[in-house]
Design a protein around this ligand. Structure first.
Ligand SMILES: C[S@@+](CC[C@H](N)C(=O)[O-])C[C@H]1O[C@@H](n2cnc3c(N)ncnc32)[C@H](O)[C@@H]1O
Length: 229
């Protein structure tokens, strides 16, 4: 993502933040399903990529069940739009989730995917509707190297209909454009992430205009060890 794309994204969400939760209502069931695909267990660490207004926080916290003071069961999250992050933080405060301290059950920061430094390695990573991050090889490389080898990943997003749908594809493009700078890259929006994975499954949803995908990161260290050994 170039500095110009970053500024454009922040500007788009400055204008969309107030109405964001309302606009997301029709995709809440799918968001929930993607979290279930992560198969989270109590005690695990999960990363919410581009967390937006924190719509997934409550479900993620329920799944990893933080134990106060033990540092087990944590949700890590980051979001680069100050207006979206302010809502996520207000949500945390309203629920009384602990966001301060080295073992906070919810660690979240207003930061870019290209720069964020996580306090510990996630066991699982959620990519709910974060098209621009998925389309940045640099952002993915920066994030995934901080995860546990073999970490589970799950994604939901918008995609084009099959090529034969022709002009109908104006619809997903128009839906994507208000929120994303790389609105045209909708044929296989998951393909950069898939390259980091040892296993990968994609399902078409919303009559072909959406997708969910899930898999496991490759163990890059084992792969490079085997190559050099
Ligand atoms: C469509 S929203 C999805 C938010 C949330 N994941 C959800 O399910 O509601 C996409 C979010 O990604 C954030 N975003 C886009 N590019 C980013 C980047 N490079 N670093 C961090 N956040 C980014 C946007 O600011 C926006 O809040």
């Amino acid at each position: 993502m170039t500095p110009e794309e970053r500024a454009t994204s922040i500007d788009k969400y400055r204008r969309r933040a107030a109405g964001y939760n309302r606009s997301a209502q029709h995709t809440m069931a799918l968001r929930r399903r993607v979290i279930d695909l992560l198969q989270l267990c109590p005690g695990e660490v999960v990363l919410d990529v581009g967390a937006g207004t924190g719509l997934s926080y409550e479900w993620l916290l329920q799944a990893v069940r933080p134990v106060v003071g033990s540092g087990t069961g944590r949700v890590l999250a980051f979001e680069q739009s100050p207006e979206m992050f302010a809502q996520a933080h207000a949500r945390a405060v309203a629920h009384g989730w602990r966001t301060e301290g080295a073992d906070a059950s919810l660690w979240h920061v207003c930061a870019s995917a290209h720069e964020v430094l996580l306090p510990c390695a996630p066991d699982a990573i959620l990519f709910n509707y974060v098209h621009d991050i998925l389309r940045s090889r640099q952002a993915l490389a920066h994030l995934l190297v901080q995860a546990r080898p073999g970490a589970r990943v799950a994604v939901a997003g918008i995609k084009f209909f099959p090529w034969w749908a022709g002009p109908l594809n104006l619809l997903p493009w128009l839906k994507n454009w208000p929120y994303n700078t790389r609105a045209g890259e909708l044929w296989r929006p998951w393909d950069h992430l898939q390259q980091h994975c040892a296993s990968w499954t994609v399902q078409s949803v919303h009559a072909g205009m959406g997708y969910v995908a899930w898999g496991r990161l490759r163990d890059e260290r084992a792969a490079s060890g085997a190559a050099s050994g």
